[in-house]
Design a protein around this ligand. Structure first.
Ligand SMILES: [Mg+2]
Length: 344
């Protein structure tokens, strides 16, 4: 069927770039801007180009072990012009919500490192490491030196149901140079197992506080979130009502995109950040919803079988077409036959 004939059959959306109309980028860091010690190809250049267009580049990090200044210094060393004020950390979000839980000047038991204690002291809280000081709240964030004694103090304090518990984030893992290590979620879980209660608030991605703090601080009217993980960056953006880009330079790849649940589907999927300012290809869905085309790529649903009609010229186009088809066809992914080529 010639494309001219299809144009009346398919719903067309207006093409524009993901960056059009955006005033603030809320970027994740690991897997988006850098991987370990190295910048991800094209990321710094693309974000700098966005800054030159007048878009503010803010960064959101769940990692509570580093201060905003440490993070900004690292980004500057990679060539990205940011200030500490451009970095929104999960400790900052935790402290923003702590104010709703306990009054300023209260004593707070810290499980975590500098990233947490410096922010708490800055906000006027009295920091302690001992439950004997009768803290009004426990704030828990990741630091490599957190040990059993810290977790035990948290458990002793939280035995009092009046003591509030704020966790910076619930990430099960944290990427390290030597591999994947247990993250703050596992340490929160250890305390939870001992005390039989859950944190009153979780501040970091995918929960709302970190997004609310970022939007407020940057005065964002049209933010765009960038991330490499569906279960934190994209889910969080969706929960905060912010359009999102999943960039395929980090953790989640084709397989996770195709299987993404309703709550963690990105607005855009990009191969790398060069495409931020390029026209996003039109996703054309046939009226019956069974065929989706993105530029030269086309997929069709036949019964419960996803068929590749045309691979197109760009792997990401094929992924955009296939994911749109799978997300909208009304059949759950486990009941579909999906060609391995789409995700391997
Ligand atoms: Mg990441």
């Amino acid at each position: 069927v010639p494309d001219g004939g299809l144009s009346t059959l398919f719903r067309r959306d207006k093409p524009s770039s993901p960056l059009d109309g955006v005033d603030v980028i809320l970027a994740d860091l690991d897997g988006v801007v850098y991987a370990g010690a190295h910048a991800i190809p094209h990321a710094v250049e693309a974000l700098t180009a966005a800054q030159h267009r007048g878009v503010r580049v803010g960064c959101l990090t769940n990692n509570a072990s580093r201060t905003d200044k440490t993070v900004a210094d690292q980004l500057v060393s990679l060539g990205l012009a940011v200030n500490p004020d451009d970095i929104v950390t999960s400790p900052q979000a935790a402290i923003a919500v702590l104010g709703d839980q306990v009054s300023a000047g209260s004593t707070v038991l810290v499980v975590g490192g500098d990233g947490l204690t410096s922010e708490l002291e800055l906000a006027g809280y009295v920091v302690t490491r001992s439950a004997d000081d009768h803290p009004a709240a426990v704030v828990q964030g990741f630091h490599p030196d957190v040990g059993w004694r810290d977790l035990a103090e948290a458990a002793y304090a939280l035995a009092d149901p009046g003591v509030k518990w704020v966790a910076t984030n619930q990430d099960w893992t944290i990427p390290q140079t030597r591999g994947i290590a247990p993250g703050n979620g596992t340490l929160v879980s250890a305390v939870h197992t001992a005390v039989g209660r859950l944190p009153d608030v979780i501040a970091g991605k995918p929960e709302r506080p970190i997004y609310d703090l970022a939007v407020t601080r940057f005065g964002a009217a049209a933010p765009l979130a960038l991330g490499d993980r569906l279960d934190t960056d994209i889910l969080g953006a969706n929960q905060a009502g912010i359009p999102s880009v999943l960039v395929l330079t980090g953790i989640d790849r084709e397989k996770q995109v195709l299987a993404a649940g309703h709550d963690s589907r990105p607005t855009y999927v990009l191969g790398d950040l060069r495409e931020l300012a390029e026209p996003y290809p039109v996703v054309k869905t046939s009226r019956d919803g069974k065929q989706v085309e993105v530029r030269a790529a086309a997929v069709r649903l036949e019964g419960n079988v996803v068929r590749i009609l045309r691979r197109g010229d760009d792997r990401v186009d094929l992924l955009r077409a296939a994911s749109t088809l799978i997300w909208t066809c009304g059949i759950p992914i486990y009941a579909l036959e999906v060609p391995e080529e789409l995700y391997s």
